[in-house]
Design a protein around this ligand. Structure first.
Ligand code: FAD
Length: 498
């Protein structure tokens, strides 16, 4: 059976299944029958213009930085007066949007879950965007075919299939499934290490650390990976352990001891200073396996540890026991490889510069799981980085281009504008590399700048205001508790003057 047929079969099974479906999904199906534009072949945005009159069904797979921000932008755009508005639906397997750059603040428990990972129900309440909770397993365009060069093509809408048997029909589709952490084939990594990709991951790390701290233990923690994420996590955990009476050890394990290889030099320097001060050990090694070991501690109580096996640059093997192993390396695009899409070797969906998926005139792709032929305005990049910055900039263009397609207007090519790099190095420490020159600011001033920048990037005004209010209240409480310490932490603009 061809892949295309396999999809048709699974969707048909899902549609005829007697299993109960999520009511919202069923309603969508019913709405489409009433309002969907008549199926016809369209190849240019201009011929799509009539869909606006029928109230197009825009479905966005994935509610992360790419998907959620595309939906919010589409909802905010002006739709033709008198014509029915499109139905905009986000499908995500999680209940919550995750502001991933702030996951470290869940590990050191300086922010609450609702600030970093608000629920879709709460975020979308003031909008017209619908939310369907579901794990998307397939997508099938109605008039799917394959071009001579092997590129899967379609010119009309189609149907998405969910794991629970539900189906979600679309007239326009935006793919934004992002990436997850890959174990890179390392034996035992999935079972014995905690990745940092979801709010649940961060909360699990915080719980393990909290339990160890409550037991009065001085834990040994391994952070696998010496990239940006490995350094940020090592710094945050080392600071957390240093604040506890029992202390602890953090080993950052990275092949050949390389740290933040591609980062701006100023930012790397600031990070190395912090790692050094926090006594984080940079261990050169390639991890080959992780094993769970049950033992008894000094007092005879049962304890669980993880044995990490690694090879150094000379191939010499060593083993070390850890109380917690955090995994920050390897990314895997979430879009399944058997979907009828043209993909790169790393499973990123190929799009043209307008973010329209190659071969599919009504399918767009944004974020980590997409690979676009866009112009890169910043000459420091050869390809678009997998960052929230790229995803939310693409969201504006994807939303506009779907709108333009429906309304017979010209599509805009995406152009990426790099606006700097920010990294957290502690509760009141960060390093911010500015987009011009090689200028990095660090310390509390950078931490404040990072918080303000992220506040500005929060998905909705309502959420932004709630979070801002909480941060202001925290500041006032801190000041009331210990004014001298609070003032001492404030950035001194004259610090570098003689
Ligand atoms: C710890 C950490 C720190 C980071 N820090 C920064 C930073 O400081 N600056 C920066 O610019 N970037 C940062 N990033 C990267 C940034 O978060 C990502 O580039 C960004 O989230 C990509 O957006 P996206 O929409 O492509 O994917 P995501 O935000 O990952 O969203 C994908 C969504 O799709 C959903 N999904 C996936 N598969 C399915 C499925 N089959 N069915 C239904 N739903 C599905 C997921 O639940 C998720 O909600 C960081 C990432 C991490 C993990």
């Amino acid at each position: 059976m061809s892949l295309a047929h396999a999809h048709t079969a699974s969707i048909a099974r899902a549609s005829s299944s007697s299993a109960p479906r999520a009511p919202r999904v069923s309603r969508l199906g019913a709405r489409r029958r009433a309002d969907a534009p008549t199926a016809r072949a369209t190849t240019s945005p201009d011929t799509d213009a009539r869909d606006g009159a029928a109230g197009a069904n825009i479905v966005i797979l994935g509610g992360g930085f790419g998907g959620l921000y595309t939906a919010l932008k589409l909802d905010a755009l002006e739709w033709r007066a008198g014509a029915p508005r499109p139905t905009i639906t986000i499908v995500d397997r999680a209940d919550r949007f995750v502001f991933k750059p702030l996951l470290y603040e869940l590990v050191n428990e300086t922010l609450a879950s609702w600030e970093v990972a608000p629920t879709f129900a709460e975020l979308l309440a003031p909008t017209n965007v619908k939310f369907v909770k579901g794990d998307v397993v397939g997508f099938e365009p109605e008039n799917a075919r394959v071009a001579r060069d092997g590129t899967p093509c379609s010119t009309d809408g189609g149907t998405c299939a969910l794991r629970d048997g539900g189906t979600v029909p679309y007239d326009y589709l935006v793919l934004a499934l992002g990436t997850s952490t890959s174990d890179g084939g390392v034996i035992g990594a999935k079972e014995n290490a905690i990745a940092l990709n979801t709010a649940e991951d961060a909360e699990r790390m915080a719980k393990v650390l909290g339990d160890l701290e409550r037991d009065g233990k001085s834990p040994r923690v391994a952070v696998i990976g010496g990239g940006l994420s490995g350094v940020e996590l090592s710094a945050v955990i080392a600071e957390r352990l240093a604040g506890k009476s029992a202390g602890g050890i953090v080993d950052m394990i990275t092949p050949s001891g390389r740290v933040m290889a591609g980062a701006p030099p100023g930012q790397r320097e600031a990070a190395m200073k912090v790692l050094d001060k926090a006594n984080v050990n940079v261990v050169g090694g390639r991890v080959t396996r992780l094993d769970r070991v049950e033992a008894a501690d000094d007092a005879g109580a049962p304890s669980v540890a993880t044995k990490v096996t690694m090879n150094d640059a000379n191939g010499e093997e060593s083993k070390q026991m850890y109380d917690l192993v955090c995994w920050t390396v390897g990314q895997r695009a979430e879009t399944p490889s058997d979907w009828p899409l043209s993909m790169t070797a790393t499973r990123k969906v190929k799009t043209d510069a307008t973010l329209r998926v190659n071969g599919h005139s009504r399918v767009y792709a944004v974020g980590d799981a997409s690979s676009s032929a866009a112009d890169l305005m910043d000459t420091n990049f050869d390809v678009l980085p997998s960052t929230a910055q790229v995803a939310f900039q693409q969201a504006d263009y994807a939303a506009w281009n779907v709108w333009a397609s429906i309304n017979g207007r010209s599509a805009l090519p995406f152009r990426y504008q790099h606006i700097g790099d920010m990294m957290v190095l502690g509760a009141l420490d960060a390093a911010v590399a500015l987009p011009v020159g090689d200028i990095t600011i660090d310390g509390p001033a950078a931490a404040a700048l990072r918080r303000v920048a992220y506040l500005y990037r929060m998905p909705t005004n309502e959420h932004r205001i709630k979070v801002a209010q909480r941060w202001l209240e925290d500041g006032v409480e801190d000041f009331a508790r210990d004014p001298a310490a609070f003032l001492a932490r404030l950035p001194n603009p004259f610090a570098t003057f003689p």
